[in-house]
Design a binder for this molecule. Structure first.
Ligand SMILES: [Mg+2]
Length: 284
């Protein structure tokens, strides 16, 4: 009798084990079929958002020369070397950079009264902007490799394009007119710059305003940057970001970049789409 009871209990345990196993197999097959029938599709790429200085064009050497010309015009004995300027680029914004350098040279500079400090910085910056525009007009500044082709390809594919920079409108217009022609504005759905977004990168203001203006989900856009500060601003607004460093930013850290490329030569829109969707494109 005892043996019979023990045998029945044993058979029940085996049955329960087999039933559980069968249920697990059916469940996992079901989940597998579901995921095959309804794969999670990546967000489509609808907009490219470009930084200007150092990203669209190698502008920094011309900016440096323009700063030095402005210092000379103002009878200042300042002259920034390439190494000094590389460090100064950690400070975003031309006026902010002048103020930072001035305060380093003379910590008492804040005691200048009656707005004299601001007036002087504005004057230097005005002269610097004029010198920079002249350099652009003279053809010293060109788009980086691959940028013109990418803009053309994106334009033909009907993608939105926007500019998100904290440089001045005058600097942008001078460069764009020379590179894309007088109707350059028609290429871009939106331009956010130093006049509309006064908080410099790494503050994400310029990117947040760009995204709001585009009216697209952040997942459907991609940003192009060349610097750590720019990358931080783009990432803080949730954008996937491709970084193309240059001689002035190559020593920086690009944590969180979607990828870091030397430039966009031979990179096509299909490659950008593949990167955006998480695949590795052939050209990278
Ligand atoms: Mg930049």
């Amino acid at each position: 009798m005892l043996v019979k009871l023990w045998l029945n209990a044993y058979i029940k345990i085996i049955e329960l084990f087999l039933l559980k196993r069968m249920f697990t197999v059916i469940l996992s097959e079901g989940v597998k079929n579901m995921s095959q029938a309804n794969p999670i599709s990546p967000a489509p790429l609808e907009a490219l958002i470009f930084d200007v200085d150092g990203t669209l064009a190698d502008t920094e050497m011309s900016h440096l020369k323009a700063f030095n010309e402005a210092f000379k015009s103002c009878d200042l004995d300042w002259h920034w070397s390439v190494d000094e300027y590389r460090e100064l680029l950690e400070v975003s914004g031309g006026k902010e950079r002048i103020r930072h350098f001035w305060q380093q040279q003379n910590p008492d500079v804040q005691s200048l009264s009656g707005g004299a400090l601001e007036d002087t910085i504005n004057r230097i910056h005005e002269l610097k902007t004029a010198a920079y525009e002249q350099r652009v007009r003279d053809g010293y500044v060109e788009f980086r490799p691959g940028m013109l082709d990418l803009i053309e390809e994106a334009s033909q594919a009907g993608l939105q394009m926007a500019i998100a920079t904290t440089t001045s409108p005058a600097n942008i217009a001078a460069l764009m007119r020379k590179q894309l022609g007088t109707d350059w504005r028609l290429r871009f759905r939106l331009i956010e710059d130093g006049s509309t977004a006064p908080h410099k990168k790494p503050n994400p203001q310029v990117y947040l305003q760009t995204l709001a203006g585009l009216g697209l989900p952040v997942a459907n856009c991609i940003a192009f940057e060349d610097s750590e500060n720019g990358l931080k601003a783009a990432r803080a607004s949730g954008l996937k970001t491709i970084v193309t460093p240059n001689a002035f930013t190559e020593h920086q850290k690009f944590v969180g970049a979607l990828c870091v490329l030397p430039n966009l030569a031979h990179i096509h829109l299909a490659d950008i789409r593949a990167l955006h969707s998480g695949e590795t494109p052939h050209a990278v």
